[in-house]
Design a protein around this ligand. Structure first.
Ligand SMILES: Cc1ncc(COP(=O)(O)O)c(C=O)c1O
Length: 442
């Protein structure tokens, strides 16, 4: 690292237009991470910081794991890039096969993307094209959910339901509608795991079917657990009901597993945790342990098969220059091996009760109006300050960071998703730090 980066003076030019960041505020008091290993970051000025958010919900095996680092090094020296449009390279086929090996039965086809946003848009396009391939081109509507997050591209933004991510970007994609979100029902506050009330909110889909005519609806997309909107755990029976209604009306159900995939809920995928299978699901983040940007869409075999029935030629006019990028594939294979060797795709299950107890011990602390968790995902919702929403959680986040713990804040919610290698003492440290931060914030 050069001297300017070490001292932070590199930020002064402000050339980096930072994503989802209050740029002016940040650049006045930058927070720079310079190194990472295992459960920790080190700041540019040498402070050690415990990572309570797995980077950004992605570094599930912890940072700079030697096997992954080595695989990427080896691959970049051997073949830096190769196209996958009408060409192939073995490592892309190998990674797809390995991924199919950890996916639920019946999902043996994998389409590579480079991010969660691209995965969401790819899944939506596959759904539309699938119906068309089967002679049901009249199915063009896409249904998302309020407070859903499916990335920032036009498709994902359209089906997403976070108002600030949508409102300044014009009319977006036509034919989109939204289910109500499932948060805030009385009787669900401070739930451990799935909240008891709200399965009937899935019947919203029945209402939209009646309103639009179900034969116009191509797909419903939801996060099994909404992450970015503040860890919203599905009410008991909700996903089951959604599945039932989609099947009844010939609508494809897409799970966005960009956060929940690869062990976050103590199972490889959320569909396995909840016992509800979608028709398509998206992944990214933990797929390469965050090392190389990469994502994918898994399709049920029957969906893939529907594309393979037409005349010879390109079956799906879609793809990215970097679909199946060799570095991503190398990182991904080494990631899967690391997960397997260390049992990380299920380790969350053995830590869930400890994590839950630590989180719920914050009940009664200042400002706390809700606590919720599932697997190694958790959230503390704070009472917003009148007319200054979000500022209280932001200040709590700053205090935690100053105390050496990195957590996520979104609106007035603090969110936790540590690497799956976390130890119990480190879980305790995260929640003790949050407790101290809350008592210091007014
Ligand atoms: C559920 C979900 N889908 C999609 C995305 C977008 O992923 P990316 O930022 O890699 O485009 C995210 C990112 O947090 C996500 O949580």
């Amino acid at each position: 690292m050069n001297k300017r980066a070490e001292t932070g003076s590199v930020v002064e030019t402000g050339a980096f237009w930072m994503p989802f960041t209050a740029n002016r505020q940040f650049k006045k008091a930058p927070r720079l991470l310079a190194r990472a290993e295992g459960m920790y970051y080190w700041t540019a000025d040498g402070r050690q910081v415990l990572d309570g958010q797995a980077g950004l919900w992605c570094v599930n095996a912890g940072h700079c794991r030697p096997k992954i680092v080595e695989a990427v090094r080896r691959q970049v020296g051997e073949m830096d890039f190769a196209p996958t449009f009408n060409m192939g390279h073995p490592i892309a086929f190998e990674f797809a096969e390995r991924l199919a090996g950890v996916a639920p039965a019946g999902f043996s086809r994998v389409f590579f993307t480079n991010s969660g946003s691209e995965s969401a848009d790819t899944a939506l396009k596959i759904a539309l094209a699938y119906h068309r391939a089967r002679g049901e081109g009249h199915r063009f509507r896409l249904i998302g959910r309020e407070r859903g997050y499916h990335g920032v591209n036009f498709g994902g933004m359209a089906v997403g339901g976070i108002p600030s991510n949508r409102k300044v970007f014009g009319p977006g994609v036509a034919g989109v509608d939204h289910l109500r979100h499932t948060h805030g029902l009385s009787g669900n506050f401070f739930s451990k795991g799935q909240p008891p009330h709200g399965a009937e909110l899935a019947d919203e889909l029945e209402r939209l079917c009646a309103f639009h005519d179900p034969s116009t609806i191509a797909a419903v997309i939801v996060e099994p657990v909404a992450g970015s909107a503040g860890v919203l755990v599905p009410p008991r029976g909700y996903l089951e009901r959604l599945r039932e209604l989609c099947t009844r009306h010939g609508i494809l159900l897409i799970f966005d597993e960009v956060i929940t995939g690869f062990g976050r809920l103590g199972h490889p995928f959320a569909s396995q945790r909840f016992g509800v299978m979608p028709d398509l699901f998206t992944v990214a983040k933990g797929m390469t342990n965050g090392t190389v940007p990469m994502g994918a869409v898994f399709a049920r075999d029957a969906i893939h098969e529907a594309f393979m029935q037409g005349p010879d030629g390109i079956e799906l006019f879609h793809g990215y220059t970097y679909s199946g990028h060799p570095l991503g594939c190398a990182a991904g294979i080494a990631t899967l091996e690391t997960y397997e060797e260390e049992g990380l795709l299920t380790r969350g299950a053995s830590l869930e009760k400890h994590f839950e107890a630590g989180l719920h011990a914050l009940k009664g602390e200042r400002h706390v109006i809700d606590l919720r968790n599932v697997g190694l995902m958790g959230a503390v919702e704070l009472e917003p300050r009148p007319s200054r929403p979000g500022t209280r959680a932001y200040e709590a986040f700053l205090k935690c960071f100053a105390a050496g713990v990195l957590i996520r804040h979104t609106g007035d919610t603090l969110a936790f998703s540590p690497p799956l290698i976390i130890e119990k003492a480190q879980i305790d440290r995260i929640f003790d730090t949050v407790r101290a931060a809350l008592s210091a914030v007014d």
